[in-house]
Design a binder for this molecule. Sequence first.
Ligand code: HEM
Length: 430
Amino acid sequence: MASLRAPPPLPAIPAPRELPVLGSLVPFARDPLAFLRRMHARHGDLVQIRLVNHRLVMVSDPELLETVLVGEWRNLHKDAIYELTRPLLGNGLVTAEGEEWKRNRRLAAPSFTPRHIARYAETMQACVDDWIAGIRAGTDIDLFHEMMELTQTIVLKTLFGDVSVDVSGAGAAIETVMNEFIAEVQGHRRLWPEGFPSRGRRRVARAIALLDDLIERIIAARRAKGLGDDLFSQLLAARDDDGVGMSDRQLRDEAVTMFAAGHETTATALTYTFLLLATHPDEDRRLAADPERATPVLQESLRLMPPVWAIGRETQATVDLGGHAIPAGIQLLVPMCVLHRDPRWFAEPDAFRPDRWVDPPERPRFAYIPFGGGPRVCIGNHFAMMEGAIALKSIAPRFRFEALGPVPPPAIPSITLRPKGAVPVRVHAR
Ligand code: HEM
């Protein structure tokens, strides 16, 4: 059974009052975003929180984040939460560390430079146009489901070079993994023995088997077609100094990572953006009349509703954080959901105001980090912004959406803040 003992409290870093054994698990599990915002309001830029056997230090000071994301990045590995995604993502770019990460990042980087992704614009536009052609005014749609399908198609056609593989079960399988994953992080399962074969854990195993099979078919289809200039072809062709290529296992891990990281985040971002527009008709009309506003609208949506709402690191050695010696084994939490609504950097932080990005005032570099920062910044950053802008520019002049459910919709705070279940909207012709 996993040890339930957490590292001892850190002197001089504020902490809330906490229960024995559970620590802050109950309020955190109930509503993690609200809990973290409350902790920041009460205790400031550094606060320590215990979740059963993990001690977290939440860092909300952009200057200290420079230390976390840039200065000390070698001493900080992805945290215990990422570890839970390993059955799905294996040792792909999101979860790998050290030399393996460095090698794989070097291999993947050329496929994500602004120059290279400019080539994907036409494909992205064609996917969005197809999507628009299938939508009828006057009907009701599940916006999140639609955006997931659109962004899956875009990833497959750009990064995997237009392989025609049926991916219809993939969204549901990833949803299963993410739902169960959050139960592992936040629920009473923290108290269960590792590897205990519960019904949920068996469901995850089945979903991963389905995704493995899907990725195998994508790899086979790509090999059969011959190599192109897409990301996956580059990975297939890559050789290290000894002339050795990636093993099938490495290819599988990289493929599932790119597929998962490359669509759910963008689908979540587009869903929230259209919901924000649905509830801000003036902004919606301005965007429809001037599609160039797509970028500030997207930036503002990523500020208010960051799809990745927090990231974590675990100290591998003692790290100096603003004069505090943080020993090895502590989880550092970087909370986008807190940073992005900090009134020190954003006036009226809860308001949706795309204009704040038109001529932005000076603010610290790490006050706005929807894509993270430092060497492990999102490799798909430019890809996602281009994809989002193309979708907004093309869809907004044609349709407006009326939200039929609550805004924001109920969400599952997994790695992404993904909407829970359907997001119903009515489509209106502009
Ligand atoms: C709005 C969309 C997106 C958001 C908000 C987002 C956010 C993030 C964040 C915050 C990280 C850093 C994680 C950390 O440091 O712990 C990250 C990493 C990553 N993202 Fe994204 N992402 C998006 C789209 C994409 C796309 C489109 C792709 C691929 C096509 C992608 C692939 C990756 C990969 C592979 C990493 C790991 C990079 C590394 O560690 O070297 N992401 N993303």
